[in-house]
Design a protein around this ligand. Structure first.
Ligand SMILES: [Ca+2]
Length: 219
């Protein structure tokens, strides 16, 4: 009887907590450190119903968007699309990957690659005029900007970034544009700022940040 109870407690712990082995593996696979991984894990399991094994759980895009910082992120639908799995939901690894890409340790190169995918709103593998229009409208968060002004800004960005004049910005042109054009950097900055608030929001969820690792791990 006593053994049955203790094995149940063990099962619950195993279903809730990262093992030291898992923690090591995630450290190798992401840009995150141990504390950050434990923190992201806490945020993830906090959303789950009690008794759910986080390894089998998948959060919906709607659940992910309830996180305070994402609720106001103008790119939240794109973030969900890009970081979710093929079914459009978030297993823990996918949630961790999103946090990893936007962590301060992730390289600019990785961030630029993901930014390109986020800004390619119609998933055509190129950024076109319509993508830039959507990008601007989301950043300024209004639909009443005169078309002429919007078109002028789109033209200017195209002029800077579309090096071979095919009306498409390839990922290479985008990378080049990022290094040259402050407009592009500002767009990335805006996204990062929102994502930073996403990160900060983890604390707002009422989870104790960076508590002792022995509490997080088990095994
Ligand atoms: Ca596109």
């Amino acid at each position: 009887m006593g053994q049955a109870i203790s094995s149940t407690v063990e099962d619950v712990k195993r279903s809730r907590y990262l093992t030291p082995g898992e923690l090591r593996e995630y450290q190798e696979l992401t840009f995150l450190n141990k504390k950050e991984i434990c923190h992201i894990h806490k945020v993830f399991i906090k959303i789950l119903p009690m008794g759910t094994n986080f390894r089998e759980a998948k959060l919906s895009a709607e659940q992910i968007c309830t996180l305070p910082g994402l609720r106001v992120n103008p790119y939240r639908d794109r973030l969900c699309k890009i970081f979710s799995d093929e079914e459009g939901v978030f297993p823990f690894e996918h949630f961790l990957e999103m946090a990893s890409v936007f962590s301060k340790q992730a390289s600019l190169d990785v961030k630029v690659q993901y930014a390109f995918r986020i800004f390619d709103f119609n998933d055509s593998a190129f950024i076109e005029k319509d993508d830039i229009r959507s990008l601007i409208q989301r950043v300024i968060n209004r639909n009443d900007t005169p078309v002429e002004i919007l078109d002028y800004v789109v033209q200017q960005i195209m002029k800077e970034a579309d090096l071979n004049n095919d009306n498409l910005i390839s990922v290479q042109e985008f990378e080049h544009g990022i290094s040259k054009a402050p407009d592009f950097l500002q767009c990335i900055d805006a996204m990062m700022t929102y994502t930073k608030s996403f990160d900060l929001s983890f604390g707002i969820l009422g989870l104790s940040l960076y508590s002792s690792e022995s509490e997080e791990t088990h095994g």
